[in-house]
Design a protein around this ligand. Structure first.
Ligand code: ZN
Length: 235
């Protein structure tokens, strides 16, 4: 479908085809029966309206009119792609950057890069919590045994470790990791960061405000100075 996260403005939007459609020369794609058709599409976010290129492969579609009819409803690939770089405000900066980069990798289809970085995030998280035992297996277990993470998060972290190891150790030949699996791994990575850094920080802020209220010196405005609603972490 011609809906995607616009690579320019980032908004999930409907893309409106701007004909003409163009068939790519066969030599570009080296496929006998498939025809690759491309067109420009305009972002329907009126604050953006920029053009992206969408393309799809059709089996034996050689006529322009037929391609033009199929293209808006096809599963399209897009250029430019939207690069996701989420922020993790309560996570130590060096870990946050690696986690954000893992998401950026996934958003451009670099599943292996995403998973390798997720593994690095797991190990760095343990180090940041003062776990210095040798080996990532022991580090994850120590986080669990010290009640920093739940048994489920520990199990998920071991899965990230195993998939990350396959890539780091060069076992990448037979079955490349799918986008869906890499997305699931990043979901667990996010949950780990939430459990170790973000939720404790939110709870700490909540406690502090409780104490402020109790002592009757809470700020009178709707938001405390330095804690505006723009803070991604919020409360
Ligand atoms: Zn746009």
């Amino acid at each position: 479908m011609a809906s995607t996260d616009c690579g320019w403005c980032g908004v999930r939007t409907h893309m409106i085809m701007v004909p003409p459609v163009r068939e790519l020369p066969r030599a570009t794609w080296q496929s006998r029966d498939d025809n690759v058709w491309m067109a420009a599409f305009r972002c329907s976010n009126e604050k953006c309206a920029r053009l992206s290129v969408g393309w799809a492969t059709f089996y034996k579609v050689t006529h322009e009119s037929e391609a033009q009819a199929h293209l808006p409803t096809a599963e399209l690939q897009w250029e430019p792609k939207q690069i996701r770089q989420p922020v993790f405000p309560d996570v130590p900066p060096e870990i946050e950057q690696a986690a954000s980069e893992a998401h950026a990798c996934l958003s451009i289809g670099a599943a292996r890069g995403a998973v390798a970085l997720a593994r690095a995030v797991v190990e760095a998280t343990a180090k940041a919590k003062g776990v210095t035992t040798h080996g990532i297996v022991q580090k994850i277990n120590a986080l669990r045994d010290n009640y920093v993470i739940s048994p489920l998060t520990a199990e998920a972290s071991h899965q990230i470790r195993k998939d990350g190891n396959s890539i780091a150790h060069g076992d990448i030949g037979d079955e490349p990791i799918s986008q869906d699996d890499a997305a699931a791994i990043l979901e667990f990575m996010d949950a780990l960061l939430d459990e170790v850094f973000q939720r404790p920080a939110k709870l700490q802020r909540l406690k502090e405000r409780h104490e402020e209220r109790k002592q009757g010196n809470a700020p009178s405005g709707p938001t405390a100075p330095g804690r505006s609603g723009a803070d991604f972490g919020g409360v």
